[in-house]
Design a binder for this molecule. Structure first.
Ligand SMILES: Cc1ncc(COP(=O)(O)O)c(C=O)c1O
Length: 405
């Protein structure tokens, strides 16, 4: 235990939020004050194993030394220029990210939702200028149960009523088909279709993994029908599933890739649209932008993230430890776990509702020193930092077994 960082207790700080903070979240009752690697510490000095990793924004763990060093180095030199001027970090970041993903060009943004919005705009512009779709007729086909963010346009094609209720009117131009259903996709795509926008694995839906061959089928269909395949890898990408990108499990290369979360190393928000030159090339000066997108601090951290991914170590760890994760979860099936879906170090675990809701399991795990987040009632999601050790993973699975006993 280290010295307290504040004189206020957790309970006091939680109470203090109530009247001054919008109630758009329902956090577990833990107030984090410090973190290192796989562990976080609350204001009282209690330690917790972080099995959520900032919804995969912390794939490299908290405060990875190489990322902190890159950030410190850049903080001492230059932090923000806006894109009104060039900065000396952006070219390298774009070159390295394009080369990591096998695509040509990068549009740097900040949050995931911004990358999705930007991808939609680029696809529509491509449809009008390259494909020849009549003005304002472009459609984008998406999957039911998707999660792509929270902006007005993005919730326009959500199937989650909580995300939509009270936020209309919505943006037109989207068609929703069931996920993992190639026939439905085939029927929805027509000559107006600019793009098919999908998560290769649906994260917020509970780590829903499509059948083998689905992503290959989407790639073949979109090519045949002459529309773009946009893969939202904001949560599934950057090592989480054991590959740099989840689409690599089927050797699929999308036309447009959306990245975010872990691209900022858990330090700054960094997102990007990465695409072929004939797609991103439709943007001209003044048509799209962001004050912070591509700032030198973000570019320096993002480049350091690419450095880490190029070693292959994190993808390897996700693959190897993913075997232990699946093994541990298999042993709990029938003992409070109804079933689970997992790839790499990422799992959606369906809890038998007679053992408690996802929220209750999260609260019990918190008391055992393990942080997780529930999704959709009785599912909990496990997505630890890819730096987690075998012992730490065993400890987390042991805690899950204990709270289900
Ligand atoms: C697949 C996917 N896309 C987009 C987003 C939105 O990212 P952000 O919260 O950074 O806007 C998320 C966030 O969970 C996501 O999982």
């Amino acid at each position: 235990m280290t010295a307290p960082v504040t004189t206020r207790s957790s309970a006091d700080l939680i109470r203090a939020e109530e009247p001054v903070l919008a109630h758009n979240y329902h956090p577990l009752p833990v107030v984090v004050a410090r973190a290192e690697g796989t562990w976080v510490e609350d204001v009282e000095g209690r330690r917790y194993l972080d099995m959520l990793a900032g919804y995969s924004a912390l794939n490299f763990g908290h405060r990875h030394p190489a990322l902190i060093e890159a950030a410190h180095h850049q903080l001492d030199r230059l932090t923000l220029t806006s894109r009104a001027f060039h900065n000396d970090k952006l070219a390298e970041f774009a070159e390295r990210l394009a080369s990591l993903t096998g695509l040509d060009m990068v549009l740097p943004m900040n949050t995931g939702a911004e990358a999705v919005e930007s991808g939609i705009k680029v696809a529509r512009k491509w449809a009008y200028e390259v494909k020849g779709v009549p003005a304002d007729q472009a459609t984008i086909v998406v999957a039911a149960e998707n999660f792509h963010g929270r902006t007005t346009t993005i919730v326009s094609f959500s199937t989650d009523e909580t995300a939509r209720q009270g936020f209309g009117p919505f943006t037109p131009g989207f068609r929703i088909v069931p996920y993992n259903d190639l026939a439905a996709l085939e029927a929805a795509v027509d000559e107006t279709t600019a793009a098919v926008l999908l998560e290769p694995i649906q994260g917020e839906a509970g780590v829903v993994i499509p059948d083998e061959g689905y992503l290959t089928g989407v790639r073949e269909l979109t090519r045949r029908k002459g529309c773009l395949f946009i893969a939202d890898e904001i949560q599934s990408g950057l090592g989480r599933t054991g590959r740099t990108l989840a689409v690599e499990h089927e050797a699929v290369v999308p036309d447009v890739l959306l990245l975010g979360k872990a691209l900022g190393g858990g330090i700054v928000p960094v997102s990007a649209v990465v695409a072929r030159r004939d797609v991103l090339g439709v943007l001209r000066p003044g048509e799209h932008g962001s004050t912070f997108g591509g700032n030198p601090l973000a570019a320096a951290v993002g480049t350091a993230v690419v450095d880490l991914l190029e070693t292959g170590e994190f993808q390897r760890r996700a693959t190897e430890l993913g075997v232990a994760l699946r093994g541990g979860l298999s042993a709990l099936v029938g003992k409070g776990v109804l079933g689970f879906r997992a790839r790499g170090l990422w799992a959606g675990v369906d809890i038998d509702p007679t053992f408690g809701t996802g929220r209750e399991i999260g609260e019990r795990l918190l008391r055992e020193g393990v942080l997780v987040k529930d999704t959709h009632g009785s599912t909990i999601r496990l997505a630890p930092p890819l730096t987690i050790t075998t012992d730490e993973l065993t400890e987390a699975l042991g805690a899950l077994e204990k709270v289900l006993a």
